[in-house]
Write a protein that binds this ligand. Structure first.
Ligand SMILES: [Zn+2]
Length: 320
């Protein structure tokens, strides 16, 4: 596939938008993920200036695998309508998605086909389609250096796939229309949980908002546990939890695919000392993922402490 250098297209993108995109990539480091990009544009002749001002997350019912990604369109449309009410001039500029999990460093043939269909569609609102692609995770880097991304534009009735050169991309510090930026928030909340609140307020779907709360709590308190999704299992969580003795057993939390979405938890290859915990959790269910993780972490720590207690008692005898 050939990409053409776009000499007549410029892009302005807020650092907060990249932050939102990279945070999403951090959450799904095994499966593809992505979202919608909002903003404004100006064009005269071939000259096109794109200005990004918002990113809509994939939504609670998005489907992901390592090579496949489908957004939750219903959720995204609701968010778009809400933003549009506040900012009537807002436009849907295109999409972003990531290949950092499959190491393809450019748009795939499937991506190009989909975007071509979109941009040539009679109902598409603009004469172009903008695509941001995360291509690579940079190990050992932090902040906005932690991922590499490319920018593409496809134009209506034009077969070429344009790549915007890095020199035509400007990072700015302007606030986002979505997710609502922290700088404008009354309290110190992450943009993610503000989005979750807005979602709950607007659409009130208990199961979905519970899942967003799960994501918030698990990202914050169990950074080594990742949210995953598969066709067979639905949504589940897998990763390491850190115990009081510094050990890090691997935990898997499965979530029922039907209401009331009960969760169960298992330890993979647990150390022998945690045998009783594994047994007691065999049939236990929890109302959500975070409850399952907190319960298993506590039970493991309690078990570890109880095996240490004889030494403590001896210590106490020596003291008196
Ligand atoms: Zn792709």
């Amino acid at each position: 596939m050939r990409f053409t250098r776009a000499d007549d297209i410029t892009l302005e993108i807020p650092r907060a938008a990249l932050e939102a995109i990279f945070d999403e990539c951090d959450r799904y480091n095994v499966d593809e993920t992505g979202g919608r990009i909002l903003g404004n544009y100006k064009n005269s002749g071939r000259q096109l200036s794109i200005s990004v001002s918002g990113v809509i997350e994939p939504g609670p019912s998005a489907q992901r695998t390592q090579t496949y990604f489908k957004q939750d369109g219903e959720y995204q449309e609701k968010v778009f309508r809400e933003v549009e009410e506040r900012v009537p001039a807002i436009e849907h500029l295109g999409n972003w998605h990531t290949h950092h999990v499959n190491s393809l460093r450019h748009l795939s043939g499937g991506d190009v086909e989909t975007y071509r269909r979109t941009v040539d569609h009679a109902k598409h609102n603009t004469d172009f389609f903008y695509a941001l692609l995360v291509t690579e995770k940079k190990p050992g880097q932090s902040g906005l250096q932690r991922y590499v991304f490319k920018n593409y534009v496809m134009r209506r009735g034009d077969d070429k796939i344009y790549e915007i050169p890095a020199t035509a991309v400007t990072l700015v510090d302007s606030p986002l229309v979505w997710p609502v930026s922290e700088a404008h928030a009354p309290t110190q909340k992450t943009s993610r949980s503000r989005a979750a609140e807005a979602y709950t307020r607007s659409f009130g779907d208990v199961a979905k908002s519970d899942l967003i709360q799960d994501q918030d709590v698990i990202t914050q308190f169990y950074p080594k546990v990742k949210t995953l999704q598969s066709k067979d299992l639905g949504i589940y969580w897998r990763g390491l939890i850190t115990l009081a003795d510094g050990s890090e057993p691997e935990v898997v939390v499965l979530r029922d695919t039907e209401a009331p979405f009960e969760c169960s938890v298992t330890l993979r290859d647990p150390p022998q000392a945690l045998g009783p915990v594994v047994k007691s959790f065999g049939k236990a269910t929890f109302p959500n993922g975070r409850a399952a993780l907190i319960a298993v972490e506590r039970a493991c720590n309690a078990q570890l402490v109880s095996t240490m207690s004889p030494r403590k008692r001896r210590g106490r005898l020596w003291m008196f």
